[in-house]
Ligand binder design. Sequence first.
Ligand code: NI
Length: 257
Amino acid sequence: MIFDTHTHYDDKAYDGDRDELLSSFKEKGISGAACASAEWDSIPAILALCEKYDFLHLTLGIHPNNALELTPEHRSELEALIEEKKPVAIGEIGLDYHYEEPSREVQKEAFIYQLKLAERFDLPVIIHSRDAAEDTFEILKEYAPKKRGVIHCYSGSPEMAKEYVKNGWFIGIGGVVTFKNGRKLKETVEQIPLENIVLETDCPYLAPTPHRGERNSSLFLPLVVEKIANLKGISTEEVEDVTEKNAERMYGISIRR
Ligand code: NI
């Protein structure tokens, strides 16, 4: 079956049919998903979803564009939540220089703070990195030398992906690999071992071709599986099985199939 390592099912895009969609997972070949938190106010809805559906797994963290939300009060609340709710990972965290909002310095401080949290609670991390490949790489090298986790929605070079893989990181592959202009990512998939790839949607965003621009969901992941199978010259079953086991190893969970 297929495990989706990165979703945002709290998004209002699902308000009309969330329960119907999530309840159809098993029959559509989706064994589960991780619900990534990105902003402070999204946390209660994500907590509720993960409590309601045992195949949804909680992650806790603040997205770099929302780094200013990590006030001292929120930091102690976040730490208490991690202790109480036992997320499977800290994320999504990282650097996003696309809008430089807030400043790079603020983003870096929040990133390093959350990497240290992951260290303290012995949790993997979900890394968001946009237009910030070098700084992300350097910070992870310094602050997370032995940390496990995923470079989510990977957008760097195949060379850098191989460096991450050498250090034990997983590379998150989603809809972009099916895009016509996704050549760099296709090369990355060809060049790294399947044992270091996890599947993800980042839904509601980044729906694969031919659904590009539509609302994405885990149900579209077979299109990504097919693309990876083609690129690597292997069966779709192998892609599903190996990436599902990778997700179990990465998040330290056992997936009920
Ligand atoms: Ni995301």
